[in-house]
Write a protein that binds this ligand. Structure first.
Ligand SMILES: [Zn+2]
Length: 160
């Protein structure tokens, strides 16, 4: 496995500091459920992490040798236990700050994800119907991009 070289803070021209020397990547995992329609997979971040006690998508610093999709799938696996073979990356959204970028991969979940994800029943992660996302206290960066992401999501058909 190649070295993890992306960890570190960047002072961005937007005035904020961001995590990820080569940018960061996240993954918006979605599925269409019979009961609640389209849902996305959200993670409740622990209170002690940066912007803790908020809901967001799995993600983190991208390493220099990784593609956006590689980084997003790796983070999904590390943080949720979801295996890349159960995810189907379909679209990309870039929040480009100039000096720094947060790229979000939109990925459809295969049916198997329900049975296989060891963390699926964890209180810190759950499927949230798209209409209920804004009822949660969202991570500030995710909150900022959610309406754009939702529009993109509306155009995607889950290939299941
Ligand atoms: Zn910035």
């Amino acid at each position: 496995m190649a070295a993890r070289d992306g960890d570190g803070w960047i002072q961005c021209q937007c005035g904020s500091k961001h995590w990820g020397k080569f940018g960061a990547a996240g993954i918006l995992i979605f599925r269409d459920s019979v009961e609640s329609g389209r849902e996305i997979f959200l993670q409740h971040r622990a209170p002690w992490v940066h912007n803790g006690d908020t809901w967001g998508i799995p993600g983190g610093a991208k390493d220099s040798h990784e593609s956006i999709t590689e980084a997003a799938l790796r983070e999904a696996h590390e943080e949720t236990g979801i295996s890349p073979e159960h995810l189907n990356p379909l679209a990309l959204f870039s929040d480009d700050h100039g000096d720094w970028r947060y790229d979000t991969v939109l990925a459809a979940a295969h049916d198997l994800i329900n049975a296989d994800s060891p963390n699926d029943e964890s209180q810190e992660m759950r499927w949230v119907p798209v209409d209920e996302v804004t009822l949660l206290t969202l991570h500030p960066s995710f909150a900022k991009t959610w309406s754009d992401l939702r529009q993109l999501l509306n155009n995607l058909v889950a290939p299941i």
